[in-house]
Design a protein around this ligand. Structure first.
Ligand code: KG4
Ligand code: ZN
Length: 352
């Protein structure tokens, strides 16, 4: 019997149906990219309103694509942190309502650990703990010492912008669309990554696993419009644009790869797992694979569709359910369980 997973942490409304054996029977993602493109970033209030409109159709679509009836759902998993609070609440409310109606348990899971879990979904038993985990997304860029699916110690990460956020802002500076990562990657393909020497703050600091991207972003802005020069802004085009995008992308990726290298030194791990939207970037994937070959460590990266936000990675909820404790349990109204009594609102009869 399968698990229904729900993901509404930011600007994707997603649901998936996953068997106990971790087969993804269906995975549906309704992207809000078009909604936020005009603002070149996620507007939290718009995001939560769009989640309200889309969450039930997305869940219905996932259940129908899985070829099951709702009655077949055995449990619900929902991403409960971190994220935009208004967006999180929509997924949580929908999940709890479904769990209560179907009388199945619902567990919360961590979105960041779920990004790493995408590697286990894609590569199965080949992924061996412990390993270094990198999550690079629009909201987070962190390194972990990963001991198991639910057990990761944060080693360091960005002290200012997340890597994905820097890509989004850089795209905006260059007059490109949103989300910025894929746009920068597209334009950078025709550019020279050595055309502009952009800074890589903290990248060479071997004492810290911290990263920084805001200075890189500012440096790019000053290349496009040197300080003191007032609007009209100069929007780069043609080869100039491609060179700027390629130089930015190279600097951001160099910073990340340098810190993964340092994390491998610090932990002595012989494997790296990577997740989050920025892990869809080809230069990052290739650079990490090159690092893996040089250091003889295994590098696990999910396919791009499992890097950006999705509910299939919510398969991590199975790990919580199979552990059999109450950790992460949000509601359990299965008849005959003690928890059913604990969760029953005061004043309702025994059959409530
Ligand atoms: O993991 P994700 O879908 O959402 C969050 O949890 O934040 O990551 C979205 C971020 C955005 O900032 C987007 O620009 C970036 O991932 N991204 C990329 C690429 N695809 C998405 N960054 C660089 N290269 C890409 N190909
Ligand atoms: Zn994410």
């Amino acid at each position: 019997m399968p698990l229904l997973t729900i993901e509404t942490t930011c600007d994707e409304t997603a649901a998936a149906v996953i068997s106990r054996g971790r087969d993804v029977l269906a995975s549906v993602v309704a992207s809000q990219e078009k909604l936020h493109a005009r603002w070149r970033g996620v507007v939290p209030e718009l995001a939560s309103r769009a989640h309200v409109e889309r969450i039930l159709p997305v869940i219905d679509e996932a259940v129908s694509r899985a070829g099951i009836g709702k009655d077949a759902i055995e449990a619900v998993g929902v991403a409960v942190r971190p994220g935009l609070v208004g967006s999180l609440l929509v997924g949580l409310a929908a999940g709890k309502a479904i769990a209560a109606a179907l009388r199945v348990p619902i567990v919360g899971y961590d979105h960041i650990l779920a990004h790493l879990y995408a590697c286990r979904l894609a590569h199965g038993a080949a992924v061996k703990d412990p390993c270094v985990g990198l999550v690079a997304s629009g909201g987070h860029t962190s390194l972990f010492h990963v001991h198991g699916p639910l057990d990761a110690t944060r080693l360091g990460g960005t002290i200012d912008d997340a890597a994905g956020e820097a890509f989004d802002k850089a795209a905006s500076i260059l007059g490109l669309g949103y989300p910025g990562g894929p746009e920068i990657e597209r334009v950078a393909a025709g550019g020279n990554p050595r055309a502009h020497r952009l800074p890589r703050p903290l990248a060479n600091d071997r004492d810290r696993l911290d990263m920084s991207f805001s200075g890189l972003k500012t440096a790019l802005r000053y290349r496009v419009r040197p300080p003191g020069i007032e609007p009209p802004p100069l929007v780069p085009t043609g080869q100039d644009l491609a060179d700027l995008a390629a130089s930015f992308q190279q600097a951001a990726i160099d910073t990340i790869v340098a810190k993964v290298d340092l994390a491998l030194d610090r932990t002595g791990c012989s494997a790296v797992m990577v997740g989050g939207g920025v892990a869809a970037n080809r230069l990052l994937r290739e650079s990490l694979e090159a690092l893996g070959r040089r250091r003889r460590v295994a590098v696990f990266v999910p396919p791009p569709s499992l890097c950006t936000d999705n509910a299939a990675m919510g398969a991590i909820a199975w790990e919580r359910l199979e552990r059999g404790d109450d950790d992460g349990l949000l509601l359990d109204v299965r008849p005959g369980t003690d928890r059913a009594a604990a969760n029953r609102p005061a004043g309702l009869g025994p059959s409530a």
